[in-house]
Design a protein around this ligand. Structure first.
Ligand code: B3K
Ligand code: ZN
Length: 835
């Protein structure tokens, strides 16, 4: 593959930058950008990145120069550069209205906005567009628009212009500009040292009444970061802008976060409980980046997890504090397994710190984010709270204002605790999910727990070293917990011996203390489900019983009995019970079947999973209606406290009820619903029973002008339509006038969502694969990063039967041989075919 960037080739930039002055004259088709960059001097040629721009003129210290311009940037020969510091000035022309890749400067719904991470700034002006080049930015915006925003503080403004100055040195990926007809929700926050920070959330006028939850979330996040990490905000203004067209969820630009509307706008009628929780956590995540990402950034993009893994870990802890910690952990592990274990088990497996890439956008993955967060969680578990606090304090102190590496990070942990953590680096360097095999034996009054680890080969990494695995453990008897602790396995195999009564049952890997696949002797799950004092492992025992029946074909009774007891146990909170009831998804079952050495059959998985739910529904039978009614929260809607858990459990019970008695109950629930959580849950049930025609029509009639809700109308049909009908449904929806597929949210609501309808996507005739590949080919020239990321729906292809493999391979070949394929997509398809 061409143009590979390698970690091993890192070298600092030849000419450090001190200051950047940017002037924008905004015009949809011909925006002028004047960039004045103060370079410190340096050695060799000056190479600046640049893409899809017209260079109008360039000078150095006022003297015109003619650089060599090529497809990816320009070069000024060393001989044309003065000795010592110099000022480069360039005028470029760009066309935001034609920018469909949604990187650099583009227009969403009439609003000018930017997305520069990872390499979008090079679409705005010629620049060393790399995170280790940090500079102070001053920005002037000229446009006949009411709102003109950039990073930092507003220093001057007048009719049709505004000037912004950001005093904190930053890499170009954190630059942002927004301009348009926007309105703001305003508030303020006083930091603990007394700084008054103005808070503004900017949206289109029609959306102003849906920003309150985002604002509350922001204030909670600011207070939490002060309390838990001692981090204060460092400017007088913090702004968030919400736009409809956005490749990712949000972006942490210094002082001016830009968000996908889906993580800002919420009201009870237009957002589900999950959306509210998502808003709270993404607002927090981007805010937390101000310290973990912005003040301390990455030396190069290989270190991406330095900021992302840490910031995800921070937002996970924040949500755990705001809500229920066990429920949050169970949900996060569910996502980790569904997305990251899946990635680690296939051709796209890569280390948390990759060693090479063609297109960095392809590495904003579950591995870098979610596994990266697990690594921080493990460090925390290994060294304990005091050590963690000391290491973080040292990290902020030592590296503030710098662009750092994973080694810098780990060194802080070593220096703060005096421990040798050199082997921990392997977690960052080795791809693949370790398997942890445990066995136990009671002898001489002691429980001997023996642990062995191994990590399977992954593309380019045939041999693996042991990694340090913190194992939280407990020993249980009928009388309760008799011992607990944390043991760190550092070798390939080791034994821990603990005084314990005969017959004690181990509870291992509590709270999922390491991102591994635990294999332990059969038996004990029913006991742990009933008695474990660790809520995570209680849920885990339920999952193990479900897998025993759905994967290994064992008797379903232990799971059924356990679930009947759980559902009716009102000493457990409702959100937890809802989590317990949720069976592993179909793709997750396919992964487990493949891991056991067999070939998953998508139709059988779908049928058997549904049959197991049906069996539970029959067991609960006539109790369901009463249970559902008792548990469903009454009174005005609240996205906080116990109510979301109550709705989750009530809607899970409604689902079982429908399996017993048909869709009438769901139809009634749909009609009675007073919030989107309930109406969408009922709609999903109607769709999965093939009984949603009228409900879909009324939902569409009500919400066709509300994009985020309309996305759900597409999404629920793509995901929940029975496998036999889903392809036709999705084909029809793709022709719908509301399928404005260039908007990433809308595209993802239909095409990747359809691929998540496991049995439908994996139809034996291959028509599901063809449909998705057709759409990837259509999206690729328009928005390669969205297309390429979506192509990962094919990453599991090797686990299926040879007929399906051949059908998928055919689509991957079609993609690969496409003329003008983006490098994003070429890299993804190449890796998937090779692996
Ligand atoms: N840092 C951004 C992600 C940018 C995605 C670029 N392809 C959001 C986040 O992780 O906080
Ligand atoms: Zn992030």
């Amino acid at each position: 593959m061409t143009d590979v960037t390698r970690l091993a080739d890192y070298a600092p930039f030849s000419h450090p930058v001190r200051e950047v002055h940017l002037t924008f004259r905004l015009d949809p088709d011909a925006t002028t950008v004047i960039a004045k960059v103060a370079f410190e001097g340096g050695s060799g040629d000056l190479r600046l990145d640049g893409l899809d721009m017209e260079l109008v003129s360039a000078t150095i210290d006022g003297t015109p120069v003619t650089p060599q311009v090529d497809a990816t940037g320009l070069t000024v020969a060393a001989t044309d550069l003065p000795e010592g510091p110099f000022t480069w000035e360039a005028e470029t022309r760009i066309a935001p209205s034609k920018n469909t890749v949604l990187e650099g400067l583009y227009i969403s719904n009439g609003i000018y906005c930017t997305q520069c991470e990872a390499e979008g700034f090079r679409r705005i002006t010629f620049f060393p567009d790399r995170p280790d080049v940090m500079a102070i930015y001053t920005v002037r915006i000229e446009a006949d628009l009411p709102v003109l925003l950039s990073n930092g503080n507003l220093t001057a403004s007048g009719e049709g212009w505004a000037e912004w100055h950001d005093p904190w040195p930053k890499p170009s990926y954190l630059f942002a500009l927004v301009a348009g007809d926007l309105e703001s929700l305003d508030d303020s926050f006083t930091t603990r040292s007394g700084r008054e920070v103005a808070l503004r959330i900017w949206v289109q006028h029609k959306d102003l009444d849906r920003c309150a939850y985002a604002m509350e979330s922001l204030k909670k996040a600011m207070a939490w970061d002060e309390r838990e990490y001692g981090r204060e905000y460092d400017l007088d203004l913090f702004q968030i802008v919400a736009v409809d067209d956005f490749n990712a969820g949000a972006m942490e630009n210094k002082g001016l976060n830009v968000f996908n509307t889906r993580y800002v706008l919420a009201s009870p009628e237009t957002a589900t409980d999950a959306d509210f929780e998502g808003i709270e956590s993404v607002i927090a995540h981007e805010y937390f980046h101000n310290w973990t990402g912005n003040r301390i950034t990455c030396r190069d993009w290989f270190q991406l997890s330095l900021k992302e893994g840490l910031t995800v870990y921070r937002d996970q802890c924040f949500t755990a504090d705001m809500r229920s910690a066990p429920v949050k952990r169970i949900g996060d592990v569910r996502i980790l397994r569904a997305a990251q274990f899946r990635e680690d088990a296939g051709p796209l497996a890569h280390p948390v710190r990759p060693e090479s890439y063609v297109e960095i956008n392809n590495f904003y993955t579950a591995t870098v984010y979610e596994k990266g967060a697990e690594l921080i969680r493990m460090l925390h578990a290994i060294i304990g709270q005091e050590g963690y606090d000391a290491a973080l304090a040292l990290y902020f102190d030592r590296h503030d204002g710098q662009a750092c590496t994973i080694e810098d990070w780990l060194t802080c942990f070593e220096d703060a605790t005096g421990r040798d953590l050199s082997h921990f680096l392997r977690w960052y360097e080795q791809a693949g999910t370790p398997t942890l095999t445990a066995r136990h034996e009671h002898r001489d009054g002691q429980m001997h727990l023996t642990f062995a680890q191994s990590t399977p080969p992954t593309p380019g990494q045939p041999d693996k070293q042991p990694v340090p695995i913190p194992i939280r453990w407990g020993l249980l008897t009928e009388a309760g917990e008799v011992a607990s602790g944390t043991f760190t396995l550092t070798e390939a195999e080791d034994t821990l011996s603990i005084p314990a009564p005969e017959g004690a049952v181990p509870s291992l890997l509590r709270d999922f203390s390491a991102p591994v696949i635990l294999k332990q002797p059969a038996g004990g799950d029913a006991f742990r489900l009933a008695h474990d004092t660790d809520p995570f492992n209680r849920a885990e025992a339920g999952r193990a019983l479900a897998l025993a029946t759905l994967v290994d074909g064992e008797d379903a009774e232990p799971w059924l009995d356990g679930m009947v007891r759980t559902v009716t146990d009102d000493t457990l909170d409702a959100a937890f019970r809802a989590q317990m009831l949720a069976l592993p998804g179909e793709a997750e079952l396919a992964r487990a079947i493949a891991a056991s050495g067999r070939t998953p059959d998508p139709d059988a998985i779908h049928t058997e999973r549904r049959a197991l739910r049906q069996a539970l529904a029959e067991k609960l039978a006539d109790r369901l209606a009463d249970l559902e009614e008792a548990i469903r929260p009454a009174g005005p809607y609240s996205p906080d406290g116990d109510a979301p858990g109550g709705r989750a459990l009530a809607n899970a019970l409604l689902g079982l009820w429908v399996l017993n008695d048909g869709p009438a109950a769901a139809r009634a629930a749909f009609d009675d619903a007073t919030n989107l959580t309930d109406s969408l849950a009922a709609l999903g049930l109607l769709v999965s029973e093939g009984a949603a025609k009228d409900a879909l029509a009324s939902f569409h009639a009500r919400w066709h002008d509300t994009p985020l809700v309309l996305d759900k109308w597409f999404g629920v049909q793509a995901v929940a339509t029975p496998p036999g009908d889903a392809l036709d449904t999705v084909r029809r929806l793709a022709e719908h006038p509301d399928f404005t597929w260039r908007t990433p949210n809308r595209f993802r609501a239909l095409i990747p969502a359809f691929a998540a309808n496991h049995a439908a996507f994996h139809r034996a005739d291959g028509a599901g694969y063809r449909l998705v590949a057709d759409w990837l080919m259509r999206m690729d020239p328009v928005n390669p990063s969205v297309a390429a990321r979506s192509s990962a729906v094919f990453e599991t292809w090797r686990r299926y039967d040879s007929a399906r493999q051949a059908l998928i391979e055919e689509q991957l070949e079609r993609l690969a041989s496409r003329d003008g394929l983006s490098r994003d997509m070429a890299e993804m398809v190449g890796r998937m075919r090779a692996g």
